[in-house]
Design a protein around this ligand. Sequence first.
Ligand code: PBG
Length: 336
Amino acid sequence: MQVIPPRFPKGRPRRLRRTPWIRNLVKESPVSVNDLIMPVFLTDRTGGSEEISSLPGLMRYGIDGAVELANECSGLGIPAIALFPYVDAELKTRDCSEAVNPENLVNRATRAIKQAVPDIGIMLDVALDPYNPTGHDGLVENGEVLNDETLEILVRQALVQADSGADILGPSDMMDGRIGAIRAGLDSAGHHGTAILAYTAKYASVFYGPFRDAVGSSGALTGDKRTYQMDPCNADEALRMAARDLEEGADMIMVKPGMPYLDICSLVKSTFRAPTFAYQVSGEYGMIMAGHQRGYFDLDAAVIESLSSFKRAGCDGVLTYFATRAARHLKKAGVT
Ligand code: PBG
């Protein structure tokens, strides 16, 4: 069907832009609080909460603080939070054993939040970087990031996290075959209901810088992640990755970073019609905050516009450090 709009002066596109109510009526891709996942940084260090110097306006929370924040998110209607631990240097070992410790920070926090705020979804990253002295997402031997050996420990990490009550696992490691291995591991342990949101098209990006400071892995990182994360120039490869991850059992797929990769979001969504998420990463948060601090734009307006772009590109939801801010703004504006 080809739609030929009537020509001016019969056709006047401004008719549908005249008033707020008519603009609302024809709005195509509004963002709603239901679309948001809030990443939350955890710390064991002070027992309390502390500011994150690389992410102005964001905190690392002790477990009590994280429970409080989860409660606030739930009250705002945010469906899920994603927990990321700051791990002390002395807990980072070459075998990354802290990743599979049922008593590690993310697992304790997950159990505490599940008990106190049972109605919010909890997502956990499956990857070794917070626990690895090299800062890499996989086991490292002679400077090489090992694939198959890493899969074994990732499966164990996923099982411990599912046992702790995680609802969604987010393999963010980019090893080959991880989704199939983790799905099989979960199923054989009876965790049929634990969902996988795969970091499917995860690019080797400079925009992760502030996150690596927030979880204490940037000082540790030796080299870069280009032997497993994707080349920012590649789009066809994102489609192949999505096909693989879905075939291996991913329930949902993700594109990361977000705004510089809206073309990939759109391509992946229109090709597979699967639940698709974007991760508006730490460097994107930083750019928007910096622009606001310089007086370039109003922060809430910039946040809502950026989140709307993900919806327009076809995303079903967004992981964003602005989730609580956006939720508060939407509530004030009467958007549900
Ligand atoms: C770790 C992981 C990273 C992010 C989420 N999980 C960093 C990385 O791959 O180095 C980045 C998130 C952000 O920048 O906000 N596997």
